[in-house]
Design a protein. Structure first.
Lengths: 438, 348
């Protein structure tokens, strides 16, 4: 359908998108790693429970850990090999995760599910669950939970905004796998029983917009280039005009479901090929990497291998980031393994990465001006520094924060606002939990 | 992989804007006013500007040197202390110094300016915790301090009027001259254009040439240091209030809408609206708070001017600054999507 312009939302920032570094690089498949180290915590919710024994031989796509509870997702082997070890290790986030070590035996056998013969809502839902699909945008919310909303839903929104600077994995996927994404979206729509299909694409990707326009059943919405346009609440608002209520509710409460384009692609593969989710597209970019690339990476690949595959460091990086530069995690070393949700690996030069000393707050209010959630981050920072977390949450609106990082990006004094917000959130959860016990 | 890798919370990219950069922008926007002052009032204006800036910066440096960390210890490695000072020096004291000079009349003595600068930085700013912590605008507070302490020389600034035969007319603002002038037959001495360009108008160094102020305003808006609507809202409300208050005047000028321009162009209102009301530190942080602040400030200033008959922009700004914590407390933005939640509750 002909592309239309999206609504405007207040706030947001315009960081330099730096997508030109890798947006012209076609997708390529990275060779299987020698050892795949697969975490069992691949989604929001509970970690999965390993179902393989040490010494067992597994095929590509074989179930190695089963979902534990409703909000949890199955984990599959990404290579053919032997299970060497199952043990706890510190993950990238600093928390202990259970990892399954699989040593590659060089075979290419697959253990996919059978392709779906009949397409019906229940079967697609069962398949999404069986293929262990999670939201690939970053949060990793299990998709089978999303497609079983408790409230009636009438619209499916595909998130092709990719508002994070540097990242181009969704861009390339939308260009090269347009048809698969649309088919996947149709399957999700069948599972949800909705007719309205919307895809939101930021205006800096005109080639993607043109690619989706020929499909008559999907409405293309051009989004203004602005960060965080791809935030769930912002995307729902600009594409449909609906607001997602507070305190934090699901988009389903407003009658919409948001899925990332990469998730739609994974659903398409799961339905048509029976392929479980064990690989994803990852953008390797930044000024300190020799050749920026968009590559298909198996879950459980060591970041060091990825950096080496891209030609290594061209100069010593100041920061190594897993994910996008606005919300991603800074890593201390390359001794980290990819997850289903790892969308990027950025090696930033000292010029790119900000690491300035904070100066005193000027009360300029720029953080509040750019907050897409209309909060007042300076109040959170002010009161949490004084130790009054309840006032911080009250005057800063902290509990509604989506941690997009726009406030800290724009702060002329370079105050660590996100740090203050996270601290306040943690303290407030403690206070609220304590209050309930009484 | 090396050891220089930095770990921090996101975001990992930040804007190029810094406090120092913003303050440099403010300094640049003040240059037209400063130059206009020198053109109209001669070299003494330059001397006052220089003394004021130097005294502010020097006070900040001396305070930085003396306060905290042991004086003797700091004397020993004075070089490092100076380097550290330069690193954290964010040009705020230069801005304070410039503004202070521009809101003083040219007749003020240089040592009075020196004292004013010391008062602005040491007492108003540094005693309260330095940049970002001061309760009131340092330049404004210093201006009021000088007005009270050295009223003989500073009062002229409050006593605007056309320069006639080398003497300042007694009376209030230019506006009063407008009204009185009509009676005494020299209204032509001061046209609206004169007020706008500052030709033949007595007043503070930087406040007389409104054209220079507008140039600074445009620059600040382009650089997004201030929001364009802030001074516009203030000036608009102020002008309307002034016209409404003219209902108490005698007949020909009652509710005279043509008084709007002379009102906003006289005295220090325009300068205050562009450079002093918009001071980050002493104005509310949220948009709603700012709306309240500018409207209340405009009404207050119009009332003050009507009842006191002298130039009171700095008093009005000082008073409004003190209300800012209160405004900040009650003007909180509702998070995105908040309204919807309320509706649903009512439905249940």
């Amino acid at each position: 359908m002909k592309a239309v312009r999206g609504k405007y939302f207040f706030g947001g920032v315009h960081p330099h998108d730096k997508k030109a570094l890798s947006s012209a690089c076609p997708l390529e498949v990275m060779p299987d790693p020698g050892v795949a180290v697969i975490s069992t915590s691949q989604s929001l919710g509970k970690p999965a429970v390993p179902v393989v024994e040490v010494g067992q031989e597994v095929k590509r796509g074989e179930l190695i850990a089963r979902a534990d509870g409703f909000i949890s997702a199955d984990v599959f082997s990404s290579i053919c090999g032997t299970v060497k070890e199952i043990r706890d290790m510190t993950g990238a986030s600093g928390a202990a995760e259970k990892f399954i070590f699989i040593e590659n035996n060089g075979k290419t056998d697959t253990a996919y599910l059978p392709p779906l013969s009949t397409i019906s809502a229940d079967e697609i839902k069962a398949r999404i669950k069986a293929a262990g699909i999670v939201g690939l945008g970053g949060a990793g919310f299990p998709t089978h939970v999303k497609v079983s909303p408790r409230t009636p839903v009438d619209t499916l929104i595909l998130n092709g905004a990719e508002c994070e600077p540097y990242l181009t994995c969704d861009h390339r996927l939308m260009l090269e796998k347009t048809d698969e994404i649309v088919r996947g979206a149709r399957y999700i729509a069948i599972a949800l029983g909705v007719k309205n299909l919307i895809i939101g694409i930021e205006a800096n990707k005109p080639d993607c917009i043109a690619a989706f326009e020929p499909y008559e059943d999907i409405k293309v919405v051009i989004l203004k280039k602005k960060y965080p346009m791809g935030g769930e609440k912002q995307l729902v608002y600009v594409t449909t005009g609906r607001k997602i209520g507070l305190p934090p509710k699901l988009p389903a409460d407003s009658g919409v479901v948001v899925e990332n384009v990469a998730t739609a692609y994974a659903v398409c593969e799961a339905v048509e090929l029976g392929k479980p989710l064990f690989e994803r597209v990852l953008t390797v970019s930044g000024g300190a990497v020799t050749t920026p690339k968009n590559i298909w990476v198996k879950v459980g690949t060591k970041l060091e291998d990825i950096v080496n595959y891209c030609g290594g460091e061209s100069l010593p990086p100041k920061k190594v980031i897993q994910g996008g530069p606005m919300t991603g995690m800074a890593l201390a070393n390359y001794d980290v393994y990819t997850h289903k949700t790892t969308s990027g690996l950025l090696l930033m030069t000292p010029e790119e990465a900000a690491a300035e000393e904070p100066t005193p707050c000027l009360n300029c209010g720029k953080c509040a001006d750019v907050c897409p959630m209309h909060l007042m981050p300076m109040n959170t920072a002010f009161y949490s520094a004084a130790g009054d977390f309840e006032a911080a949450a009250k005057y800063g609106g902290t509990m509604s924060c989506i941690e997009c990082g726009a406030c800290e990006y724009t702060c002329p004094a370079k105050r660590p606002l996100i740090q203050a917000i996270r601290k306040t959130k943690a303290e407030m959860r403690k206070i609220m939990a304590g209050g309930q016990k009484k | 992989m090396n050891n220089e890798i930095v770990i921090s919370t996101p975001p990992h990219v930040k804007s190029k804007r810094t406090t120092r950069g913003i303050m440099a922008d403010v300094c640049i926007s003040l240059i037209p006013c400063a130059v206009a002052g020198i053109v109209f009032f001669g070299y003494m204006a330059f001397v006052i500007e220089l003394v004021s800036v130097l005294s502010c910066v020097a006070t900040e440096f001396v305070y930085y040197f003396i306060a905290k960390g042991g004086f003797a210890k700091k004397c020993k490695n004075a070089k490092n202390v100076c380097k550290a000072w330069w690193k954290q020096f964010d040009l705020t004291s230069v801005v304070t110094g410039l503004i202070l000079a521009l809101i003083l009349p040219v007749t003020v003595k240089w040592y009075e300016v020196l004292l004013g600068g010391i008062f602005a930085i040491a007492i108003v700013k540094m005693f309260f915790g330095g940049t970002g912590k001061n309760l009131v605008n340092p330049a404004t507070a210093a201006r009021v301090f000088m007005f009270i302490s050295f009223s003989l020389t500073t009062y002229v600034a409050a006593n605007y009027g056309p320069i006639l035969d080398g003497e300042t007319l007694s009376g209030a603002t230019n506006l009063a001259d407008y009204l009185l002038g009509a009676e005494h037959g020299h209204a032509s001495a001061l046209s609206t254009l004169d007020l706008f360009l500052g030709t033949g108008v007595n007043g503070s160094i930087g406040e007389t040439c409104k054209l220079a102020i507008l140039v600074g305003y445009v620059y600040l808006c382009i650089r997004q240091v201030i929001k364009w609507w802030q001074p516009v809202l203030f000036i608009g409300v102020f002008g309307l209030c002034a016209v409404l208050l003219s209902g108490f005047y005698f007949a020909p000028y009652r509710f005279d809408i043509t008084l709007f321009l002379p009102h906003i162009l006289s005295g220090g209102v325009l300068f205050g609206a562009v450079f002093m009301f918009t001071d980050y530190v002493t104005s509310p942080k949220g948009v709603y708070g700012q709306l309240v602040y500018y409207i209340a400030g405009a009404v207050l200033l119009a009332l003050l001017r009507y009842f006191t008959k002298i130039e009171v922009a700095s008093f009005g700004i000082l008073l409004m600054n003190l209300f800012v914590p209160l405004i900040d407390k009650y003007c909180i933005r509702k998070p995105f999507g908040y309204v919807k939640e309320k509706k649903q509750k009512e439905g249940k």
